[in-house]
Write a new protein. Sequence first.
Length: 276
Amino acid sequence: MPSPLLVVDGVSKNFGDVAALSNVSIQLHKGEIVGLVGGNGAGKTTLLRLLCGVYRPSNGTVRFVDDGENKPVDQVRERLGVVPESTGLYSRLTAWENIRYHTRIHGRNDEKSWDRTHRFANALDIEDELHRPTRGFSRGMRQKIALIRAIAHGPDLLLLDEPTAGLDVTSARKVRDLVKQLGDDGGTVIYSTHMLSEAQRICDRIIILHNGTIRADGSPSELLKDTFSEDLEDAYISLTRDVARSEPVEKDSTISNILLGIFSRKNRSLNRGEEE
């Protein structure tokens, strides 16, 4: 097997006396689409924030492997694309201006960024919306724009937090098809969802996270075999029989706001309008 792209090694994250994650270890390889499945309070959002460098682990390491060299993930943020559950779009800017703002922060050429943006917008059937201000966009439309914004600069690793939330059936399928194509083209994707059926459709591997620990990590067929189950729902239930935490331990802050703040300290003049 080739060298991993990202290594999570023995990571724990505590908030006061609460252990949000405990001894989590994962390796991600180029071209993989990995599903991250768990209920509220499982630790999915905390793990995503650790993977993109928003949080630092209490114990363990998260490192990006670049040409055989290990680098802290917060040093390679330009190699990441993130679609948080809250999109963080600037409402006074058009969809394209939101996307261009992000690609410029990453040092990408406008012409190449537009070519990629138009191609992805065509795949999602929203090319006519690119020059409209995002104020008044539906949640589903904002989600599509946030996805294009995350991939327009050509990241090596894409982190998706409930990417089909708010989408109708047809739009959700288009998003899944686009993500699948990114994986086929060699991109690496973490696909966080609470829907097992969605993870089964699109993911090469599924990681089941429950109460801050990894309960399973394998292909859908491996999970069925290991749990002697006939479907993934039965497998999930058998792996998460202990009572789930009643409330998420993660605070509801916005990944996009934090990342944009990190990326744009030298680009204050571009920051126009409120975020939604």
